[in-house]
Every structure is written in C-alpha cells, then in structure tokens.
Design a protein around this ligand. Sequence first.
Ligand code: TYM
Length: 330
Amino acid sequence: MNDLVFSGVQPTNQLHLGNYIGALKQWVPIQHDHRCLFCIVDLHAITVPQEPRELRQNILDVAAAYLASGIDPKRSTIFVQSEVPEHAELGWIMGTLTKMGELERMTQFKDKSAKGGMGRAGAGLFTYPALMAADILLYDTSAVPVGEDQMQHLELARVLARRFNERFGETFQIPQALIQKHGARIMSLQDPSKKMSKSDPSDTSKILLSDTADIIRKKIMRAVTDTAGGVTYDADKKPAVANLMTIYHQVTGLTMKQIETEFDGKGYGDFKKALAEAVVAHLEPITKRMQEFRSDPHELLRILDNGRERAQLLAAEKMKLVRSRVGLGR
Ligand code: TYM
C-alpha cells in the first residue's frame, strides 16, 4: 500500500480563503506523516484563456502561497505540472478511456461552459477531468485532499483507474478523497448559496490571501448574515452565519459548540468583529511570508527545480509501465 498524497491548485487569479481552507491549510499537517506532492496545475489553467505573462506570475504566486502556508519543501515536493510532460501524456491516455457522457455530467464543465454554450467551450475544458485523473494516478496516489467541488472529478479518477486496471492489468492505485467536515465548501460572503470562487466578479464575495488587514475587516463587516438572529450553527436555516462560523472554526481551532458559547447572547456585529480579527491574525503572517518568497524568485525557482526533479523520477518510471501495458512504442 502506497501512502502518497497528491493535490494541486490552478494558477489562475489570486488564491482566496476557500482555496486556503479547503486545500492548502489541510495539506500542512498531512506532510508530517505522508509523502506529499503538491502541484501547480498550469495545464489545467490554460483550459480557459490566460495572458501568458500573468500566468507565469500566477505560477510563482501559487508556489509562494504553498510555502507561506507551511508546505515544507524538504518534506514535500512542490512542482509545476507542465514541467513534467508525463502528465500530458497520461492525460491523453486517460482521455481515450473516458466516455463523453462521463465528461458531460461534470458540473464544473457545465458551469464554466454555461455562458457561451457547450459548442463554444474549449475541448480542453471538456477533457480537463481526464488530465486531473492522470495527475493523481501517475504517482500511485492514495489520498487527495481537496474541497468538495473536486469530488466529482475525483470519483471519475477512481473509475478510470479501475477501468484501466481491468483492461490492461493492475497498474494504478485507487485514490481516496480527503474532505474536511467543516471547511470543504467555503461560501461567498455575499451569497451563501454560492461557493467562494476565484471567478466571482464581486470583490466583497471573497477574501484573497493578498488582501490587507483593513480590506479583510471591511469585507467581513459587509458579509451578509441571516434574518434569524443568534450565533448558532444551522447550515440549512442560517447558511450565511454557518459559513462565517466555519471560517472562525478554521482560523481559531474552536469547535462549533465553543463558538456558540463564546457568542451566546451577543449579536452578529460582535461576532463579525471577532471573526475579522481572527482572520487577520491568521492570514497576516502568511501574506507577509508570501511577499518574502515573491521577493526572492531565485529561491522559489530553486525549490521548483528540485520539485520537478523529484516528480520527474516517479513519473518517468510509472509511464514506462503504462506505455508497455497499453502497447505503445516499440
Ligand atoms: P482549484 O484551483 O479550483 O482549487 C484549488 C483547491 O481549492 C479548493 N476550493 C475550495 N475549498 C473550499 N471552499 C471553496 N469555496 C473552494 N474553492 C476551491 C478546491 O476544491 C481545490 O482543492 N481541478 C482542481 C485542480 C487539480 C487537482 C488535480 C486537484 C488539477 N489536478 C489533482 C487535486 C488533484 C481545481 O481546479 O482546483
């Protein structure tokens, strides 16, 4: 049994609190007892148009965010997806095993292609989940810590691993998702029925890892609450407050019960003030470390070079086996 953990983030726009809580923050403790690979998935990013110069900056921003959040490059491998070409190669093979119907059912594709219609969406956006399956399966990953929005993609990766194994013989490990109880789906601060999203045009809907303390405070004080009062956790009846409590739980480590006790008899104003200070206290050192890493690109590039070498060794060996199983090459 392999105990390898793999996850990734797309280098598109600035990372937000949902990415941090749903993914990065969850990764940090795992690296103490697992071999981990954390990838910056730039091939996924280009499934929607990216400005090349911005993309290159975003790749370094994400690397800095990983490190600033506490990913230790001595323990974990941090690398850029496109620098290990085996991802694209296995992505192609996975695409040949994937059914159109399976891809059509993917909610992320439906959402992202909704505006222009399916006929105008890029083929890469459509086959994206096959590439994601390749990312995971290439390393015999056993666990994938992600937010809830990636569950459907992960389920497809499991299906494809089984399909490949049945057809070509035991080759891939079947990966499991690692999803947190509270924090797998952080919602928009302006609309608790929508997830916090990089592509949301509303600035106040999301807290960015690059936001200053004052901006964080303003966004939290402007966050919507529910008509029913009281800081009690009820995701169905009070979704906005449940979301804010989830954020508070994540940045303080307090349980929902402890939070309810702390704010018993107090209003939303008091709760939001405490929440704003807790988020600022948690994110401020991370934002500062991100800036430090960004101001030393040589160190960042050295870490990414190192990561590429480590990932490349594993990927090359696995692809040799995959090619021979499929009958590719001579
Ligand atoms: P991406 O870049 O959209 O998001 C990165 C991570 O952040 C999580 N996330 C959230 N978690 C909680 N609340 C939210 N509002 C929220 N928004 C985003 C995502 O679930 C994810 O864990 N397809 C992936 C990238 C990918 C990948 C992989 C992940 C490519 N290959 C292999 C894992 C393994 C994506 O688009 O994530």
